[in-house]
Design a protein around this ligand. Structure first.
Ligand code: SF4
Length: 492
């Protein structure tokens, strides 16, 4: 009996210390097998490095700012934010996501506005996501106070941190209306004090309680603000954001919030503005996440104001380093405990020892791109990821998805392209009732309207008593107002 037990333990240890434990390995293989042939190349990370990103849906659809465009359906603001509902939905969505996409996946806690949840309900949602082996990131407009963040981060009984680390994405741009202090921003620059304030909340949290953070900056790109991208990046790269994510506006969600013809600039034209802001070429072809028509991701960072790229997509030595890294470490989760990470790294190098030898000259090249040893010492390099995520218009997503559901591939080039993109989607949302993940484009363009209508009946706004019990906050769709230190908002 003892021998059998020891063998079982050894086997479990052996599996756990693999660069990709069996559950993750199987999920990666499934994801890779689902990808269209055209995007399965050596630069493709989906199905090799990760099974993709995830987002929640229908868990707190309401928001208290008004964006133009807004990707949520008209009824989303008729749904009461309810902590019990959020907890139930998160639990079942994350369980299903874990079964399909495996462990260690980045998942966005997204609605709606997450801070309309009381801090306890918000903390409970994050805790559940972590329990299902997700890496949660709270998506917010950033219009909340330090007291809210501190209450979220600390255990109410002990006063000590209940999270050692928090990830937040702050959405700041001139398409949003109703922010406290600046109901309508006339330029992106006018929002810089609010972006800075957002970063400072987290810096203070770390100073006072030791809770570290990862902050992303999200911006919807329209013809009105595209020319302001270069200045925005220059102004904000030193604030503390570790990711700048740009979403070209799409005609999806509530049509009454579509203020412009959005599709004026091409992807290349928007990317060129981003590169101008960064001050360097962005090497998004070195690592591809899903379909290039959906996503461009450039891994690199800044040393002071100098941008450096992780992999130079035109340097064969860097591409070989990337390939050796993938052969050795593949989907390995670097956010593991130190002993586990060390053991996994040893096993990864045993699998592909050439990675170690290639890493030495690569490190010298990388240090050169960072400006050399002197600059590295004086201007500590900070990793910053630049992303462009290009949601599709509802008018193409609906027929594309309907066709896929019937098992039909369209002859129309535009619909067929949308089908290929949906099949190679890197951003999925969990549907436990159907035991599947669906692309976020499909969620917003096809499924949200009926889902939010049903939620408006289930959680009507007028039951304000249960709002209070859930720690919910009052909401208005547009307008300025004030919030008290406990996070309560009063809108004019
Ligand atoms: S299909 Fe839509 S949600 Fe999925 S990666 Fe492409 S743009 Fe994003």
């Amino acid at each position: 009996m003892r021998v059998a037990d020891a063998i079982r333990r050894l086997r479990a240890l052996e599996q756990k210390t693999r660069p990709e434990p069996p559950e993750l390995e199987a999920a990666l293989e499934r994801r890779w097998a689902q990808l269209p042939e055209a995007i399965r190349g050596p630069s493709q990370m989906l199905g090799r490095r990760s099974t993709g990103c995830e987002g929640t849906h229908g868990v707190f659809p309401r928001c208290d700012l008004a964006c133009t465009p807004c990707y949520h359906s008209r009824d989303s603001n008729r749904v009461r934010t309810d902590g019990d509902h959020t907890a139930r939905e998160i639990g079942s969505q994350m369980k299903n996501a874990r079964e399909i996409r495996g462990p260690g996946v980045h998942a966005q806690l997204i609605g709606g506005e997450v801070t309309l949840l009381g801090p306890e309900a918000h903390a409970g949602a994050l805790r559940q996501m972590i329990e299902h082996d997700r890496k949660p990131m709270s998506m917010t407009h950033g219009d909340f106070d330090y007291e809210y963040l501190e209450t979220l981060a600390l255990d109410p009984e002990t006063g000590r941190p209940r999270f050692s680390h928090l990830s937040f994405a702050g959405h700041f741009d001139t398409t949003m209306h109703g922010r406290r202090g600046i109901k309508r921003a006339r330029s992106e620059a006018e929002l810089n004090p609010y972006r800075r304030r957002f970063c400072e909340l987290f810096a203070r949290l770390e100073r006072e309680h030791g809770v570290t953070s990862y902050l992303a900056h999200n911006m919807t790109v329209t013809p009105r603000n595209v020319e302001q991208i270069p200045a925005l990046i220059r102004d904000c790269r030193g604030m503390g954001f570790r990711m700048f994510s740009f979403q070209p506006a799409a005609h999806v969600g509530n049509p009454s919030r579509w203020k412009d013809r959005f599709r004026v600039q091409t992807d290349d034209e928007i990317w060129e503005r981003i590169e101008r802001g960064v001050g360097a070429r962005l090497h998004y072809r070195a690592m591809q996440w899903g379909d290039p028509r959906c996503n461009r991701t450039a891994h690199g960072g800044f040393s002071g104001d100098r941008y450096w790229t992780l992999f130079d997509q035109d340097d064969p030595r860097d591409i070989r380093m990337r390939d050796l890294f993938m052969a050795a470490a593949g989907g390995m989760d670097f956010a593991s405990s130190k002993p586990l990470l060390f053991t996994r790294l040893l096993r990864a190098l045993a699998r592909e020892p050439r990675a170690l030898f290639a890493a030495v000259p690569f490190a010298f090249r990388l240090a050169g791109r960072m400006g050399g040893p002197v600059r590295i010492i004086h201007r500590r390099p900070t990793a910053v990821t630049v992303v462009m995520h290009n949601f599709m218009d509802a008018s193409v997503v609906k027929p594309a998805w309907d066709g896929l559901e019937r098992g039909e591939i369209s002859d129309e080039p535009e619909i067929r392209a949308a089908q290929e993109r949906l099949q190679g989607c890197a951003y999925g949302m969990s549907h436990p009732e159907d035991d599947r993940m669906v692309p976020a484009c499909v969620q917003h363009a096809v499924l949200d309207p009926a889902e939010n209508l049903a939620l408006a009946r289930l959680l009507p706004l007028h039951e304000s008593g249960s709002d209070a019990e859930a720690g919910d906050r009052p909401v208005a769709t547009e307008g300025s107002g004030t919030r008290d230190p406990a996070g309560k908002v009063t809108r004019a």
